[in-house]
Design a protein around this ligand. Sequence first.
Ligand code: PEP
Ligand code: MN
Length: 338
Amino acid sequence: MIVTIKRNSNPVQIERLTRWIKNLGLECHMSEGEKSTVIGLVGDTSKVDIDLLRSLEIVEAVTRIQEPYKNANRKFHPDDTIVDVKGVKFGGSHFQIIAGPCSIETEKQVIGIAEAVKAAGASVLRGGAFKPRTSPYAFQGLGLKGLEILKKASRETGLPIVTEIMSEKYIDAFADVDIIQIGARNMQNFDLLKAVGKLRKPILLKRGLANTIEEWLMSAEYIMSEGNNEIILCERGIRTFEPYTRNTLDLSAIPLLKEKTHLPIIVDPSHASGLSRLVKPLSLASVGVGADGLMIEVHNDPQHALCDGAQSLRPDQFADVVKAVDVMLPLVNKERDK
Ligand code: PEP
Ligand code: MN
């Protein structure tokens, strides 16, 4: 249930109202936005006399909500959430481009790519140290050593970093990671979601391979229910019957999510298509549907990459994508930090 408070209401009366709600055994989630102040009532709202609530002087409207996700719901929080990563802002009118290799291979490789993508316009560096591979015989990532390399690349370039965590046991090792990625395969690893929910650090939550938008938002809700509201959603394609692409990019999810949630949403066109030549058109399409950013795999030598070479761009190709994105951004009233 959502209670919208009239503009310029007396804070004492608001406080009296929240106390009354709490005495009914419910939690109050306050959202004081630019447009309005709303109170989200979480818990068993059957005890609330909705007519009585509506009759209060400070109450503008009372709405019942059907969706099972509360904290992630835009009805609870009408303004866009801006996730601030060391001054790099996701959401609202901001547009960010995350780039880097699929996997961290060597220090020279990562630092070289980091410098190139930064020069081309990336604002965050990506790179996997712990890789979720379908085969146990495939390259599994450098693990903790890879994490150290990524941190060094961050120190040298000043770019914040994002990397995937696969197990709760590494939470402490991820202390200096700026954004922790929950990969598609772990989107419903509920213990992991709860564990990162206890952190006060941005989380990049990728959509599961075969998960609905509501399931995805419920995963965000797991993180938020533990108190961490800094979530960036990432659409990375879903499984369909189509074998020509690795996954099918669900572009309609972006404008739909903009209605349903206040959280920022970015697109990963690399994993969505699996084909480097589709990354540019899908990036532009993502801008067109209102995404808050992109995450693109870039490799200095895609043919010899240890993972996902076929979908990785060379730095010059990446720079070309950024230029094209910049042409489109004014059309959707967004700006890339420069
Ligand atoms: C990745 O971003 O490195 C990755 C493994 O992506 P996903 O979880 O979307 O497959
Ligand atoms: Mn990859």
